[in-house]
Design a protein around this ligand. Structure first.
Ligand SMILES: [Zn+2]
Ligand SMILES: [Zn+2]
Length: 169
């Protein structure tokens, strides 16, 4: 986990610090599937500005996630662009909105911030292609490779059920 000691930056009021920061990223769980950030260490563009009332924090980076398509389980990649902001007041008191959850004892928790920012930027479903046909719910074959339906068989089984019913009457 990557953290940055904000005190060591010595940013004075009205000044700002801007630099590339290497940030370690952890694998993601989404919908029970595992997604790997590539690269697992990103170069984040971090800006720390000391305003009169508090710190303005900004983090930007690009990352690509590799993992299974939720519909057909083929390899999928998802590109994510992050541009996140946080604010930490000098005297936050008890006000939650004046406090960044990623600033703990003057340490900026970059990995945790990056992880949550990626989670917010992800789509609901990661697909290998926007029009992925998925797996057949009847036989489990990949409908992208073998497009097919089971309409006739479904009808057949309905007819046979009807037939059985008729026999009993
Ligand atoms: Zn797919
Ligand atoms: Zn099928």
């Amino acid at each position: 986990m990557t953290t940055l000691d904000l005190r060591s930056l010595r940013v004075r009021s009205g000044e700002q610090f801007r630099d590339e920061q290497s940030i370690e990223l952890e694998p993601f769980e989404l919908g029970g599937q595992r997604y790997l950030p590539v690269p697992h260490e990103v170069e984040g563009d971090l800006t720390v500005a000391q305003a009169t009332t508090g710190l303005d924090l900004r983090l930007a980076f690009d990352v690509r996630l590799h993992g299974p398509c939720v519909r057909c389980l083929a390899d999928a990649v998802q590109d994510v662009h992050i541009d996140a902001r946080e604010y930490q007041a000098n005297e936050p008191g008890d006000a939650e909105e004046l406090r960044s959850e990623y600033v703990v004892d003057d340490q900026l928790e970059l990995s945790a911030w990056a992880r949550d920012a990626i989670a917010l930027a992800l789509p609901d479903q990661i697909l290998h292609a926007p029009d992925c046909a998925g797996l057949c719910p009847v036989c489990g074959k990949d409908l992208n490779i073998e497009p097919h339906t089971h309409t006739e068989e479904t009808i057949d089984s309905r007819w046979s059920a009807l037939g059985e019913l008729r026999d009993r009457l």
